[in-house]
Write a protein that binds this ligand. Structure first.
Ligand code: UFG
Length: 315
């Protein structure tokens, strides 16, 4: 397929674009490099350095079959202090992209949604039918786009799939997590193991979980890439499908630290500190719908995610 990948110079977009190219797709990356890196655009991709609002220029005369839409601002904390940036970039940017798709006859989209659309869950594992009550502007913008996609499918015959990622981790060769402001647990724990930071702060040791630390559902970026390929094939005109992407099992912050120590063979200096505002105690995906409807079966364990992230970190 001829694919336009927005945000393809970022962590998840770059990994997925690389996998799609390897499986024979023709990929054009659109990225403004505001948070992405030019050297993260995979070999074999064409590259349009443009803001999402100008996506129509990249579509001119190209006959794209589908768009994979990763481009977004994605820091939960930042979204609470600069929500305007999030609403403009994530919602305004996506509406501009959808306008361009309609103008250029591109009828299929796979969208990077988030577990943050659910907010604090009533029960886990979280089904796609769970209430959506985001607890921060980032999650609210992802939910707003999901709602827009639903109405565009109904009215305009768009084929859309929203993939709600849980905690993405791991790397694929030279494609990995490289954020200017790193807030994610696994890269920070690796930095502590490597001696690049004095200690990892464990945000809260008094949660109602077996070891008192927060539990998350970590998913390897390559398993995520496989889900995107399947979603592309499953998207159908007039339908908006939503799938949760996680392993369906939780790991606590302490279990992640143990995995990092096991994989790197080094201690992770850490200290338990106050809770971080807005962190739910437990987030675990139900992967049942993606398994049943997409035939998706993630295979990579937490140790594999940490090992691949460690190899990337050492490059
Ligand atoms: N944590 C620490 N210390 C740190 C960083 C994180 O203890 O230095 C803890 C957090 O409190 C949390 C867990 O590690 O319990 C994971 O935190 P991350 O920041 O790595 O990830 P989040 O679960 O907060 O957020 C991720 C994505 C978001 C997405 C969310 C939805 O990064 O984009 O999952 O589930 F919205």
């Amino acid at each position: 397929m001829q694919l336009l990948v927005t945000g393809g110079a970022g962590y998840v977009g770059g990994c997925v674009a690389a996998v799609l190219i390897e499986s024979g797709h023709d990929v054009t990356v659109l990225d403004d490099l505001s948070t992405g890196h030019a050297d993260a655009v995979p070999d074999g991709a064409q590259f349009a350095q443009l803001p999402i609002e100008r996506a129509g220029e990249a579509m001119q005369g190209r006959g794209f079959d589908a768009v994979l839409h990763f481009a977004a601002k994605s820091l939960v904390g930042e979204s609470t202090v600069a929500p305007d940036r999030y609403w403009h970039a994530n919602v305004g940017g996506t509406l501009a992209l959808l306008d361009a798709m309609r103008a250029h006859g591109v009828g299929r989209i796979v969208f990077s949604s988030s577990a943050a659309t659910y907010g604090e869950p009533e029960s886990v594992p979280i089904l796609e039918s769970a209430p959506t009550r985001p607890t921060n502007p980032y999650g609210a913008t992802k939910l707003a786009v999901d709602l827009a996609l639903g109405s565009y499918c109904g009215a305009f015959g768009l084929a859309a799939v929203s993939l709600r990622y849980f905690n993405v981790a791991g790397a694929y060769g030279r494609f990995g997590e490289r954020h200017a402001t790193e807030t994610h647990l696994i890269p920070l724990a690796l930095q502590a193991a490597a001696g690049q930071r004095a200690a990892l702060s464990v945000f809260g040791g008094d949660y109602p979980t077996p070891d008192g630390t927060c539990v998350r559902d970590y998913i390897h970026v390559l398993d995520l890439a496989d889900a995107h390929a399947r979603a592309l094939g499953a998207a159908a005109p007039g339908e908006h499908r939503i799938y949760n992407l996680g392993l369906g099992e939780g790991s606590s912050v302490r279990q992640v630290i143990d995995a990092v120590e096991r994989v790197t063979g080094r201690p992770v200096p850490h200290a338990v500190e106050a809770r971080r505002a807005g962190d739910p105690a437990v987030l675990i995906a139900s992967g049942a719908k993606a398994r049943a409807e997409l035939g998706w079966a993630p295979t990579r364990t937490l140790d594999q995610m940490v090992a691949d992230a460690w190899a990337f970190h050492q490059r």
